[in-house]
Design a binder for this molecule. Structure first.
Ligand SMILES: Cc1cc2nc3c(=O)[nH]c(=O)nc-3n(C[C@H](O)[C@H](O)[C@H](O)COP(=O)(O)OP(=O)(O)OC[C@H]3O[C@@H](n4cnc5c(N)ncnc54)[C@H](O)[C@@H]3O)c2cc1C
Length: 410
């Protein structure tokens, strides 16, 4: 089927109305770099949103950027860089993870970033993509044009649909005009590294630092093998703390933390930036031969979850992983499930998560094998599933938009 490239929201509305009339479905992509996330939308008319593109309005003094959803991330980053500003939620550059030679690998669109709620290491303190979406205009699966939010931080009457649309993977509505909150880039960045005996000690160390008034913007934990990959030879664990802001403040906070906690060391702006790119962009696991899992869990549960996985892996297969968001985000490298008889490490992972306070395990990269045996997205509890179905029905009763993209039957 020839992909449609709508130029305006009116074109999108007509495509939706035609699909409703024909009882057809639409497969919605921005630039298609995340087509591997979740499930392909079968037997659907492909709609590519790359021509819903361009900066509509940028008021750096108001920290407001209005763009069209198909605008490439490279174009947005260029516009922001000119004004020394950034997207506070630090959308990760997943180029290495998906391999430049992967045909669908490109820089992606802002619509794709928001629809997947893709957020980097500063999510720990600044918030996720959904917290920076001030407003948008979109077309629902009913073929209705609607607006939510606006151009100021608190401009929402009724349900905050901006929060709902982020992470909905194009299953509820197709965004066009988007207004984002921007932030000034920090004048200085510095990172502190501390050794730790194990994951639990590393987590406690970070919790203690987060309880001080020194406001790290990000905190990660690298086991020795990951630290070595980043160029830091550590016996056991490496705690990485990022400080951002005015230079005088960053230096004072760094000095205070290094005085408070022995054994620490600081790395300068340049080294700090490259270390965080390895962490935020999941480059540390890009060479994995197995499956990449993204797990959100209570930070205090991370040690038990990791130990649970180590207990089920063959002794000659050490677990490759690291933690971001102060331990609340685990990036895992697990063996693929190639045949039904193979150990379903993904299912075991979800059981271990359920046994330790719950969480979300998303299959991020698996060369389309493991997902044949288990859901790529964390399965929903019955009540949640029912709510999701009813919300979907409210936005898209005929399941025109990306049916089955996230969960079968939704
Ligand atoms: C600087 C930078 C560089 C990057 N480089 C790479 C890279 O090289 N390779 C890589 O893989 N990733 C890269 N990324 C990450 C990439 O931008 C994100 O993964 C982004 O989510 C993908 O956008 P896309 O348009 O390709 O998404 P798609 O794969 O097209 O869509 C993802 C999901 O969002 C939905 N969606 C898309 N647009 C809309 C819309 N307008 N309304 C509603 N739903 C929508 C789709 O239906 C789909 O479910 C980079 C990010 C940044 C910030």
């Amino acid at each position: 089927m020839t992909p449609q490239h709508p130029q305006h929201l009116d074109d999108v509305l007509s495509l939706i109305k035609d699909a409703m009339a024909d009882g057809a479905a639409l497969a919605i992509v921005g630039h298609g770099s995340k087509s591997d996330w979740g499930y392909p939308v079968a037997e659907a008319r492909p709609v590519v949103l790359d021509r819903l593109s361009g900066v509509i309005d940028y008021q750096p003094e108001e920290l407001i950027l209005t763009v069209r959803a198909g605008t490439a991330m490279t174009e947005i980053n260029k516009a922001l860089a000119k004004q020394n500003q950034m997207l506070g939620f630090e959308p990760p550059d997943l180029g290495e993870l998906y391999g430049a030679n992967n045909p669908s690998s490109n820089k992606g669109s802002i619509g794709g970033v928001l629809a997947t709620n893709l957020s980097g290491s500063r999510r720990l303190t600044a918030g996720a993509a959904r917290d920076f979406l001030l407003g948008f205009e979109a077309a629902s699966g009913r073929g209705e044009r609607f607006r939510s939010g606006g151009k100021v931080v608190k401009n929402v009457t009724g349900y905050d649909l901006s929060k709902l649309i982020c992470g909905s993977f194009g299953t509820l509505a197709i965004m066009d005009e988007i207004t984002l909150k921007t932030l000034p880039k920090p004048e200085a960045t510095k990172s502190l590294i501390f050794p730790a005996d194990d994951l639990a000690a590393a987590g406690k160390h970070i919790a203690a630092i987060l309880a001080t008034p020194h406001e790290p913007s990000a905190a990660a934990i690298l086991p020795a093998d990951m630290a070595a990959k980043a160029g830091y030879d550590m016996a056991k664990m490496l705690v990485v703390i990022r400080l951002e802001g005015f230079a005088i403040s960053v230096n004072a906070r760094a000095d205070a933390l290094l005085a408070l906690y022995a054994g620490g060391d600081e790395i300068d702006d340049k080294a700090s930036q490259s270390l965080w790119q390895l962490i935020t962009n999941t480059v540390l696991l890009a060479d994995s031969q197995g499956d990449i899992w993204k797990v959100s869990c209570p930070a205090t549960a991370a040690p038990a979850i990791i130990q649970g996985l180590k207990d089920i892996l063959p002794k000659d297969l050490p677990l490759r992983y690291y933690a971001d968001w102060a331990g609340g985000l685990l990036w895992l490298d697990l063996p693929s499930q190639v045949t039904p008889a193979d150990v379903a490490y993904g299912a075991r992972l979800r059981q271990i998560l359920a046994d330790h306070g719950g969480g979300f395990a998303q299959l991020i990269r698996d060369s389309n094998i493991t997902r044949q045996y288990l859901p790529a997205f964390q399965p929903l509890a019955d009540a949640q599933f029912g709510l999701h179905k009813r919300i979907k029905a409210a936005f898209d009763p005929m399941r025109v938009l990306n049916p089955g993209r996230m969960h079968h039957d939704i």
